[in-house]
Design a protein around this ligand. Structure first.
Ligand code: HEM
Length: 295
């Protein structure tokens, strides 16, 4: 049974609200902000409060719609990314990648809100989804398509420069700009996989992950697990594997060996560094004394 206050609020939230600073109603869809952003249309895209099967359905719809919009932005931004890479403007490419990486983080963190949906509530909403499934998400497929184009642009850039991904990673100082771009691609891909991992945990706590539990299209939820780490840019992950495979112990010493900096062949920069700090105030004993004073 709803309290009178709750009933009044429910009604009040469905009518325009008088903005006393402007002396005009907000929510009628007539103000410039509302017209430009088409807020009336946007806010009519969820079931009306009377039509919701349960109040939690509002969360379900808004969370999905919001994710679709962020996915749309991530895919759209890839047009600019590809253009920048094709035009060898790596500063612009880095800026766009930064934005896309933040979108991925937003997608991931937003899932925390829908994770508050209980299994019982989800199973009620589920009856109204027809055969709808995540594999029908337009934003997701747009992003996969966009990532393919970005992948091609990156590989053409490396070809134009006459280097392989392996060269870039083995000679970071020589290929600083390419290395930076490759690492931002890795950040973007990590963000994507973190989002899918958060989604996996969401499915686990609402629907359950098991061979016997299937999505509405018959897809067994257990198959979601391996897909969380399926990369957008596989070559950038393969290079790590290749480098680790090629690793040998040669050049190292046992952990118990006392290291002599003068003779260290693998870190010439270390051998020229003095073993004690020149300035007494920054020396280990000076720092220790300072810590002692704070006690
Ligand atoms: C309670 C909330 C959710 C549940 C129970 C759920 C459940 C599932 C299940 C069972 C699958 C397996 C494949 C299939 O559906 O056919 C799936 C896939 C997927 N879902 Fe969700 N989902 C939820 C929320 C979301 C949200 C908010 C999004 C955001 C757009 C989303 C996007 C996707 C995508 C893109 C896939 C395909 C993943 C892949 O290719 O591995 N899901 N979801």
């Amino acid at each position: 049974m709803r309290s009178v206050r709750a009933k009044n609020l429910h009604l009040a939230l469905q009518a325009p609200i008088e903005n006393k600073y402007m002396g005009k109603p907000v929510g009628a869809g007539l103000l410039d902000y509302e017209v430009y952003l088409r807020t009336s249309e946007l806010r009519s895209l969820q079931s009306s409060p009377q039509d919701l099967v349960i109040p939690d359905e509002m969360l379900f719809q808004i969370a999905h719609q919001s994710q679709e919009l962020w996915l749309k932005l991530a895919a759209f931004e890839t047009i600019g990314l590809v253009e920048a890479i094709d035009g060898d403007d790596l500063w612009a490419a880095a800026e766009t990648l930064k934005r896309q990486i933040l979108v991925m983080k937003t997608l991931e963190s937003e899932l925390a809100v829908i994770s508050t949906l209980s299994p019982e509530a989800f199973l009620v909403v589920r009856r109204y989804l027809g055969n709808g499934s995540g594999l029908q998400s337009p934003g997701y497929f747009e992003l996969l398509l966009a990532a393919e184009a970005a992948n091609d642009a990156l590989s053409d850039l490396l070809k134009r420069r006459g280097v392989s991904i392996r060269d870039v990673y083995e000679e970071r100082a020589r290929y600083r700009d390419l290395h930076h771009i490759c690492e931002r691609f890795v950040d973007l891909d990590s963000g994507f996989q973190m989002w899918l991992t958060a989604h996996f945990m969401l499915v686990r706590r609402t629907l359950g992950i098991d061979r016997s539990v299937k999505a509405l299209d018959g897809f067994p939820t257990v198959a979601l697990g391996p897909r969380t780490t399926k990369p957008l840019f596989p070559a950038l992950w393969d290079v790590r594997v290749e480098m680790s495979r090629g690793w040998t112990r040669e050049g190292g010493t046992s952990p118990a060996t006392l290291r002599s900096r003068d003779t260290s062949p693998s870190h010439p920069s270390l051998s020229s560094r003095p073993l004690v700090a020149c300035d007494e105030s920054e020396s280990a004993s000076g720092i220790r004394a300072g810590l002692g004073n704070r006690k």
